[in-house]
Design a protein around this ligand. Structure first.
Ligand code: AMP
Ligand code: GLY
Length: 419
């Protein structure tokens, strides 16, 4: 089979690697990919905004299915477009992608179907937002409605911070803003909960927890993710059932009532408050770096899972996982998430990668025969083990071997699950 993956991050290298493990896969194409994917797939440098060029390539090369990694093309309607040409594509359509593309769409769905979430208000003018903020308790959460690459969420400790957030959003920091969300600050523990859906039926696809802040102890600025571990320590059959009953099922039902089926991965970002799940956000894709830490635990052939989804026969399949724990640590360019430089050589030649260890590339590119850094998050070092402690120690050992002068990483990923 010939298959394709859209995207160029660590998530997409992990998706390609899982496909590569399948003896059913003859050729993988990655659009546009990175240095890591280039060793297992053919990287194809097509502008992801150019759906037509992408479609032509897929048809000309007889690609049998496409997995869309990142949210932007999904929210832009890539699935609807490719399906018009009878291309098999795994990901939600434009309507369903509003779950991530518009926080207000999701909040309204929550309201209608009584899905537990933080209390909220929608404000369409600076004046209304500020007069509300004058009488509320802090901290409070202020969010831009649309996609903001993980940066459109402000946790404001006081009125001054909050009013700055309102100004930034309405002044167009994340694109033109017709309105914004102000919501209650929830206190609890976060959990990422994944399902995979074929449009008719769905299955759980594991849990994980990422670390978004740049510094150890979860301090400093938000990033795309400095590391992750799986499973979440909160996972239990009771909690899973609550999440499914109170959050996932009403969401899928709400979409169905809009005549919309959900095909793809769905990632619920949750806050667990005294054992009760609250929805913080939906993402219409796998998480990054959660995907890198989850997929190495998958036992079932990943290409079979995607094929079943495309045929809408996911219910026939029992998805199996290794019982192990997994930790992913992200090696970043110095300066990230602020200014950083690219094009530093990373030497991975002599690395001693052991069984159940994986290096997934993110911001890398291959020039001649060298691997150069090409982004803020550069590599994902993942270890699967029977316990979190050894998973982290072994990932750290590999990072020390890489010994990359231009990078840094957090040594404390998974501290909540490691004493
Ligand atoms: P989001 O992009 O919506 O996932 O928000 C980014 C981060 O902000 C989340 O991972 C949470 O840590 C935090 N956050 C968002 N909304 C809330 C909330 N209502 N209460 C507490 N923390 C929140
Ligand atoms: N790790 C957070 C995300 O993928 O959105």
């Amino acid at each position: 089979m010939k298959v394709g993956v859209i995207g160029n991050g660590g998530r997409e290298h992990a998706l390609c690697s899982s496909l590569k493990n399948s003896d059913k896969i003859k050729q993988i194409y990655c659009f546009p990919g990175n240095a890591g994917t280039s060793s297992i797939a053919k990287n194809v440098d097509i502008d992801l905004n150019n759906f037509e060029k992408l479609k032509d390539f897929i048809i000309q090369n007889g690609i049998e299915f496409i997995i869309v990694g990142p949210e932007k093309p999904l929210v832009d309607g890539i699935v609807d477009y490719l399906q018009k040409f009878e291309i098999n594509v795994f990901g939600p359509n434009k309507m369903a992608s509003q779950l991530e593309g518009s926080k207000i769409f999701t909040k309204k769905l929550c309201e209608k179907y009584k899905i537990p979430t933080a209390k909220f208000g929608i404000f369409s003018s600076t004046q209304d937002a500020l007069s509300f903020l004058q009488n509320c308790n802090f901290p409070i959460v202020i969010k831009a409605d649309g996609l903001a690459a993980g940066k459109g969420v402000y946790i404001s400790e006081n009125y001054n911070e909050a009013s700055r957030a309102v100004d930034e959003i309405f002044n167009g920091k994340f694109g033109y803003a017709e309105n914004l969300l102000i919501e209650e600050f929830l206190i609890g523990e976060e959990m990422s909960f994944f399902i995979i859906s074929d449009g008719q039926s769905y299955k759980m696809f594991g849990t994980a927890q990422d670390h978004k802040r740049v510094f150890e102890g979860d301090q400093g600025k938000n990033t795309g993710g400095m590391g992750a571990y799986s499973p979440s320590r909160l996972e239990s059959s009771t909690l899973n059932q609550k999440i499914i009953n109170k959050i996932i099922e009403p969401t899928l039902k709400g979409l169905k009532n809009l005549n919309c089926e959900y095909k793809g991965f769905l990632y619920a970002g949750l806050m667990i408050v005294n054992g009760e799940p609250f929805l913080i956000e939906y993402n219409v894709r796998m998480g990054d770096p959660e995907c890198q830490t989850l997929l190495p635990k998958l036992k079932t052939d990943f290409s079979v899972i995607i094929n079943k989804c495309i045929e809408q026969k996911l219910h026939e399949l029992n998805i199996e996982w290794y019982e192990d724990k997994s930790i992913c640590i992200v090696l970043c360019s110095k300066g990230y998430p602020d200014e950083y430089q690219n094009n530093f050589i990373i030497d991975l030649e002599k690395l001693n990668i052991k069984k159940n260890q994986f290096i997934f590339h993110a911001g890398t590119k291959k020039v001649d025969n060298s691997i150069l850094s090409n982004g803020g998050r550069v590599l994902n070092v993942v270890t699967r083990s029977d316990n979190f402690k050894s998973a982290r120690e072994r990932s750290l050992k590999l990072l020390k071997e890489i010994n990359w002068d231009n990078g840094f990483y957090r040594s404390d990923i998974g501290y909540k699950v490691i004493k």
